[in-house]
Design a protein around this ligand. Structure first.
Ligand code: ZN
Length: 113
């Protein structure tokens, strides 16, 4: 199976992996090693579909170095916005827009994988 960058869809230029759900968000919401079902995968021996089960910490996809670094900058901004929301601080509407755009991009990323 060909690998593709989860952000731009091209063949990744390095060996970086991106957590679909950011590691800091997984840690913020519980144990990083907890497992969950992430869709289904076809079992080649049985020709049946079985549940894909991963720990949140291992749920990663290939990404280009450039894309991964660009996205990491956005995540740093979002992390601060989310912490302000959780702390009950005032949040600018422009910050909420950034947060929702980032959330939407993450949902698209996980649906396209
Ligand atoms: Zn890329």
């Amino acid at each position: 199976m060909n690998k593709f960058c989860v952000f731009c869809g091209k063949a990744p230029d390095g060996k970086t992996k991106e957590h679909v759900i950011p590691k800091w968000l997984i840690q913020l919401t519980g144990d990083i090693n907890r497992e969950a079902f992430f869709g289904f995968i076809k079992d080649p021996e049985l020709s049946e579909f079985k549940k894909r089960k991963y720990s949140f910490g291992n749920f990663t996809f290939p990404a280009c170095n450039i894309c991964n670094n660009k996205y990491a900058s956005l995540e740093e901004v979002v992390k601060i916005i989310l912490q302000n929301i959780l702390d009950g601080n005032d949040v600018l509407s422009s910050d909420l827009s950034i947060f929702l755009d980032w959330l939407s991009a993450n949902l698209r990323m996980s649906c396209n994988s």
